[in-house]
Design a protein around this ligand. Structure first.
Ligand code: AMP
Ligand code: MN
Ligand code: MN
Ligand code: MN
Length: 290
């Protein structure tokens, strides 16, 4: 099957602003998306909706279609999984409350991370990371990483994650995020579609990965990111296969965080592999047209 004209649009449905762990305000992310030729955009800040009104307004001003978005942190089979929500009603109270609860442990977690880093000889990391935070409700590992790069401890953000912020490293703290079923329900009951974000990034066994997809679908999840800045080209094919096998809608997004840190710019992605059902076609009734 060849690409239909609508599935060939430049949709970027995964990006971050300084409302979570991106470095740019929502308006600047919108402007970069527009300049890169994005036709349909979504701002998907982690566990947060407070950038949505600004994103909608900026997209409209720039003549770009928009879908509401967020990226929910979920604990599943001992790992953190991200579930992107698209096209929901951003004023839905249960979704807002669920995200508030998901965010609520971040500050205590950050203080525990700083304790671990102090034991490894890095003092003042909590205060240091806070200087990079745009939204006090959303301190993340990325803010610690930027602090450790700018203070000269590491050369770049990926190095900080490798040496300090991943499982078994001094600044890593186990954390309990939302449940998979909860996250999917918050999104779908608000009228949106839940999407498994960057499945190629997780370190699941094939059995665990199969469980993730089947439980996600049993909870009402309908989509998977196939083309994302977090995937290698071999992952595009693998997860196109999963989309077909599970009959899931396919999504596409850069996972843009910052002009300095992103491997792939907004909208700079290959099209979805042929024969997949684009999530934006299923959500066409939820698109806020410019
Ligand atoms: P948190 O929600 O505080 O656990 O932070 C997760 C964020 O850290 C992700 O959304 C990414 O932006 C970033 N991140 C995770 N792993 C890496 C990595 N290996 N290299 C660079 N950034 C990463
Ligand atoms: Mn992030
Ligand atoms: Mn993610
Ligand atoms: Mn993301």
């Amino acid at each position: 099957m060849s690409l239909s004209p609508r599935s060939a649009i430049n949709a970027d449905l995964h990006s971050h602003s300084d409302i979570s762990d991106g470095t740019l305000p929502p308006e600047a992310v919108a402007a970069r998306a527009r300049a890169a030729g994005v036709q349909l955009w979504s701002l998907t800040d982690h566990d947060e909706l407070s950038g949505q009104a600004r994103a909608v307004e900026a997209a409209a001003r720039l003549g770009m279609d928009y879908l509401t978005g967020t990226e929910v942190s979920v604990s599943f089979a001992g790992q953190t999984v991200h579930i992107v929500g698209l096209g929901f009603d951003a004023s839905d109270p249960a979704l807002s409350e669920g995200l508030r609860a998901t965010r609520s442990g971040r500050d205590a977690r950050a203080m525990a991370m700083a304790l671990g880093l102090a034991e490894a000889g890095i003092e003042g990391a909590y205060e240091g990371a806070l200087r990079y935070v745009g939204n006090p409700a959303l301190i993340s590992r990325t803010h610690f990483a930027r602090f450790l790069v700018d203070s000269g401890v590491c050369g770049d953000v990926p190095e900080v994650f490798r040496r300090f912020l991943t499982h078994g490293r001094p600044g890593y703290v186990e954390h309990r995020w939302a449940g998979l079923g909860e996250a999917v329900r918050w999104i779908t009951q608000a009228g949106g579609v839940a999407v498994i974000a960057h499945p190629g990034r997780y370190k699941f066994t094939p059995t665990e990965e199969y469980a993730l997809f089947s439980e996600f679908q049993a909870h009402g999840g309908q989509g998977v990111e196939v083309v994302t800045g977090s995937h290698r080209p071999s992952d595009f094919d693998k997860y196109a296969g999963f989309a077909r096998e599970f009959d899931l809608l396919a999504s596409r997004g850069s996972d843009f965080h910052s002009p300095e840190e992103s491997r792939i710019g907004l909208g700079e992605l290959p099209p979805l592999p042929a024969g997949l059902a684009p999530v934006w076609e299923a959500l066409s009734h939820r698109v806020q047209r410019a």
